[in-house]
Design a protein around this ligand. Structure first.
Ligand SMILES: [Mn+2]
Length: 465
């Protein structure tokens, strides 16, 4: 029943978009993460194919200034994607003070406030947990898919769902879009060891380029990868001079390499290593030609990186389906991401503290852009060592402090809700916070040295209830 209602609201959104007069503008404001940019890509593809006039922007957060600037765009329809559900009152107030005609919000975050005259597509309205399914890229792609029957939309939905970590246990509309993609020949689903996910990279890079799960002293370490490949007796070059990749290995070689990797990882003190943790679902986009776009995880990481490095437009354009000259820019971006992450994750190892079941990574004195907070906390939450713990990452963002948090499902089931924790922190220190129960963030103005203790006590108080 709830699913049917959500589908109806998607069809309604499709009607609103297609009924917008061709001589009037549609303005889109989306979030800068992989899900938000993919949603932007889906909307761009749809508006372009419908022959509409449009502008698309992305932002890191929906503060007053961003809402004002967005509503200053003269348009018949304003669409806010992957943002806004927590600030309905504010949006509604600005809508009337800026004389905005119509506002459509497509989002899966927790809802707070009254809808009033806003139109909202959000699974939360129908009792579906938006933290575990129906991310904004899936919702937006579905609008396009239903209207145009163009199967590429299913790929865009999967890219966003991969970014929001909703693709590996797909439910609801997310499951639906994945099944559609598979039945239309857009995607294929396989399972393999995580070390063999990156099929296109030289093998010594591929095996350690597994940030999900993150393994300290292994993830991102080319030198370790090189050593293990040599130990397994595998040549790093093929006869032709090109690098050996996963697909060049025989089963015997794969097993030899796996033995060496497991031996090494066990030596790092990861004691409860379950083979299950080392297997991963891999979604392959069968129609993609470029190796960086063939795997949903790679594609989505690239889109995420584009946003984090301030190249949001690249993420929106590439997910919308444009290729050509963008490919070169993507390759540069991919290499940059590899280097940055291995640097930042080494800072993480140097600056992390564990209090009970909470990992605190205070990077306020390190040179890490605030835009990487979410990436770092996500990686830690998927790491073999920290996946059963609450993750808090603190970063400096100009004059503000940015907090990014993640919690294991198990603790959420015991009563922890990070969106409330972040809201409470913002209330105490000034600023704003919110998100999902398993993943939330806050931006606060100042603190007096009590922040970390306050956070720890607050989290503990939830778990005692
Ligand atoms: Mn999202």
């Amino acid at each position: 029943m709830s699913f049917k209602n959500l589908l109806e609201s998607i069809l309604e959104a499709g009607r609103i978009i297609s009924e917008t007069p061709g001589n009037r503008y549609i303005a889109v404001l989306t979030h800068y993460d992989a899900d938000g940019l993919s949603a932007g890509g889906a909307l761009l593809r749809l508006l372009e194919k419908l022959g509409k006039k449009y502008v698309i922007r992305s932002v890191t957060e929906l503060n007053d200034n961003n809402i004002k600037k967005f509503f200053m765009i003269k348009a018949h329809l304003h669409i806010i994607a992957d943002l806004g559900s927590g600030e309905l009152e504010k949006i509604s107030q600005y809508k009337s003070s800026y004389n905005v005609n119509k506002v459509l919000i497509i989002d899966h975050h927790k809802i707070s406030g009254d809808l009033r005259d806003l139109i909202l597509v959000n699974p939360e309205l129908y009792g579906i947990d938006g933290g575990s399914a129906d991310c904004t890229a899936v919702l937006s792609s579905y609008i396009g898919y239903k209207l145009l029957k163009d199967p590429y939309f299913t790929e865009i939905g999967i890219i966003g769902a991969t970014g929001d970590m909703q693709i590996y246990e797909p439910m609801d509309l997310t499951l639906n879009i994945l099944e559609e993609a598979i039945s239309k020949g857009v995607a294929k689903h396989i399972r393999d060891f995580i070390f063999f996910q990156n099929r296109s990279l030289p093998i010594f890079k591929a095996i350690t380029w597994t940030y999900v799960p993150y393994i300290p002293n292994f993830s991102g370490r080319d030198d370790i990868g090189l050593m293990l490949v040599k130990k397994a007796g595998i040549d790093i070059n093929k006869g032709s001079g090109a690098y050996t990749t996963v697909d060049d290995l025989s089963n015997y070689e794969k097993n030899r390499l796996l033995e060496e990797i497991l031996h090494y990882i066990l030596g790092l003190g990861v004691d409860d290593l379950k083979p299950r943790d080392l297997m991963s679902d891999i979604i392959i986009f069968t129609k993609e030609e470029h190796p960086l776009l063939k795997y949903s995880q790679d594609f989505s990481s690239l889109v995420s990186t584009a946003g984090r490095l301030g190249k949001d437009f690249l993420g929106i354009l590439i997910t919308s389906g444009l290729r050509d000259s963008l490919i070169n820019e993507l390759e540069v971006l991919y290499e940059e991401r590899r280097k940055l992450l291995s640097k930042y994750m080494s800072y993480v190892e140097e600056n992390r503290k564990i209090i009970d079941n909470i990992v605190i990574v205070d990077l306020r004195n390190m040179e890490v852009p605030a835009r990487f907070g979410g990436t770092i906390s996500t990686l830690l939450s998927r790491s073999l060592i920290y996946s059963d713990k609450v993750i808090l990452v603190l970063l400096r963002n100009e004059d503000a402090i940015k907090i990014s948090s993640r919690a294991p499902k198990k603790l959420v089931d015991e009563g922890l809700d990070l969106s409330l924790v972040m809201r409470d922190v913002a209330k105490k220190y000034g600023g704003h916070g919110g998100g999902h129960n398993v993943a939330a963030g806050a931006s606060i103005l100042r603190e007096d040295g009590s922040l970390v203790n306050f956070l720890v006590d607050l989290i503990k108080s939830y778990l005692k209830r």
